[in-house]
Write a protein that binds this ligand. Structure first.
Ligand SMILES: Nc1ncnc2c1ncn2[C@@H]1O[C@H](COP(=O)(O)OP(=O)(O)O)[C@@H](O)[C@H]1O
Ligand SMILES: [Mg+2]
Length: 250
């Protein structure tokens, strides 16, 4: 069975950076093929991976609802939708990518979402690892496109308020009845050493601490220049951090 690693947290807390560097670690360890899923409507995981994606699942679902009548003769709705979804799966060496996007236009998406779920269940059998870059509110999970997460990594900024947000998100995950194997806390863009008050806050959050990434000018620069994180040199201190941290949860 595939292992689902999901990254969650408020915007700007380093989710996409984390998802991309987790994928990088998986690739390096030969744990391939990896399915990368960008489930954040402000999608940018593809850019961080240096992959060009044209279409999103959202637009496929919208088209599907709009063009129901043009179903090819003899083809079931499910088979037609699966064909369309498969066409937008971006296949690269060792890594395939899907962007969730948001459905445009009105309509009842329940049936389409149920078909999407079946498609995902089937698709996921092809990958030992699936990495999901989540939207802040975890709405995809409330629609149950994936009701199981093996490893859930919450990202926070370096503030007590950030830790509070993570606690609230973790409670939301419980309310949504998502089956989570293990939860971890990752703090990004920190000073080199964490203050005592913050460390106490981490302990109080009750979420096992995976680690932190200090402010790294190399990461900032690659963002400004649009260089995919997969192309950062192996000597990057943040990449080395991820190698270490992810090693603990794989
Ligand atoms: N350790 C770090 N050092 C410096 N910049 C970082 C670090 N981690 C993340 N960033 C930067 O912070 C910004 C937000 O990160 P991002 O991964 O896009 O967050 P999210 O996906 O949660 O919105 C990006 O510009 C990213 O390059
Ligand atoms: Mg992001």
């Amino acid at each position: 069975m595939s292992r689902i690693i999901a990254v969650a947290g408020k915007g700007g807390t380093g989710k996409t950076t984390a998802a991309a560097l987790i994928i990088r670690t998986l690739l390096r360890r030969g744990k391939t093929p990896v399915l990368a899923v960008d489930a954040d409507p402000n999608a940018n995981l593809a850019d961080s991976l240096g992959i060009q994606v044209q279409d999103s699942i959202g637009s496929v679902l919208s088209d599907f609802l709009r063009n129901r009548a043009s179903l090819p003769p003899g083809m079931t709705k499910q088979a037609f939708l699966e064909l369309k979804l498969h066409q937008i799966l971006k296949e690269e060496k060792d890594i395939d990518m899907m962007v969730m996007g948001v459905p445009e236009g009105p309509g009842c998406y329940c049936a389409a979402n149920a078909m999407l779920r079946d498609y995902f269940d089937d698709l996921s059998k092809n990958y030992p690892y699936i990495v999901v870059d989540n939207e802040a509110g975890m709405e995809h999970f409330s629609r149950k496109t994936a009701a199981r997460i093996d490893t859930l990594i919450f990202c926070s900024n370096y503030s007590l308020k950030g830790l509070k947000t993570v606690k609230a998100l973790s409670a939301m995950v419980d309310e949504l009845k998502i089956a989570v194997g293990s939860r971890h806390l990752l703090v990004n863009r920190t000073p080199e050493t964490l203050g005592q008050e913050f460390l106490d806050g981490i302990r109080e959050s009750g979420i096992p601490f995976l680690g932190y990434t200090p402010m790294d000018s190399e990461i900032e620069e690659s963002e400004i220049k649009g260089v995919p994180l997969l192309r950062l040199p192996e000597s990057s201190k943040t990449i080395q951090r991820f190698e270490e941290m992810i090693g603990k949860v794989l």
